[in-house]
Design a protein around this ligand. Structure first.
Ligand SMILES: Cc1cc2nc3c(=O)[nH]c(=O)nc-3n(C[C@H](O)[C@H](O)[C@H](O)COP(=O)(O)O)c2cc1C
Length: 232
């Protein structure tokens, strides 16, 4: 049996502890902490080392301005993501999506049939769940899905580095349909795609929205062994 190294244990502990935070405290995060998160995330691999992500980080008044502008856009603008949303979640994907949705609704007391309550919880996305900071991730359109793939790795590393520093996060594709507003608001050129946001800050540990944890499929459901690795 392979001896698990301290490095593995530390990484695995971070992977298990990280979760999406859906209620933040207003307390801002010091710039040196945010820079440490960004510096660690910068180390992820990318195809040809292109490092396609560009990151806009908001704080203070700029987060408030973004929040207000986005809420206006949600009320008035049609949805128009730069990257098309999934056309359907079928089978197991539909099931997993439903389970995590009901976990959230269960935690915050939204019952089946309570459409208004579900909508109110969904709208929390556009308040960034009260987070003091937002990182908006964009990728060059010319790199297509592979740029998006690299940005996915970046998002994961960002959330883990944040976790290691006691900073809670939530990646949010919910902002992506409002790409036209985000392009205007931040002067993002048309040759870049809005991928997602990451809201971050200190977790409100007493809030019910943070009281549940999602499950993961066992390896047997996702891994297909071809050939037999040596025992040990
Ligand atoms: C790319 C990406 C986009 C996401 N977008 C949203 C979102 O818009 N709103 C939301 O509440 N959660 C969002 N999530 C969080 C997922 O729902 C969450 O990661 C998943 O349910 C697993 O839960 P965990 O992060 O707590 O482990 C997103 C996650 C990822 C990776």
């Amino acid at each position: 049996m392979t001896e698990l190294s301290d490095a593995y244990r530390t990484l695995a502990a971070l992977l298990h502890a990280r979760h999406s935070c859906r209620a933040f405290l207003p307390e801002p995060i010091p710039r040196s902490t945010i820079e440490a998160i960004l510096a660690a995330a910068q180390r992820v691999p990318s195809w040809c080392n292109a490092q396609p992500w560009q990151v806009i980080v908001t704080s203070g008044e700029e987060t408030e301005r973004l929040r207000a502008g986005l809420i206006r856009a949600v009320r008035t603008a049609p949805e128009a993501p730069d990257i098309p949303f999934p056309t359907a979640y079928e089978g197991i994907y539909r099931e997993r999506r439903s389970v995590c949705g009901w976990q959230l609704y269960g935690a915050v007391g939204v019952e089946r049939g309570d459409r208004e309550g579900a909508r109110a919880q969904m709208l929390e996305n556009f308040r960034f769940f009260g987070a003091p900071h937002v990182a908006l991730i964009t990728t060059p359109a010319a790199l297509g899905p592979y740029g998006v793939l690299d940005c996915g790795g970046y998002v994961t590393a960002f959330t883990l580095a944040a976790e290691a520093l006691g900073v809670a996060t939530i990646p949010q594709a919910a902002v992506a349909p409002y790409a036209p507003f985000l392009h205007r608001h931040f002067d993002i050129p048309d040759d870049r795609w809005v991928v997602c946001a990451i809201s971050f800050g200190r977790e409100d540990r007493d809030h019910p929205a943070n009281a549940f944890r999602t499950e993961r499929a066992p390896l047997s459901e996702v891994v297909e062994w071809r050939g037999t690795p040596p025992e040990g």
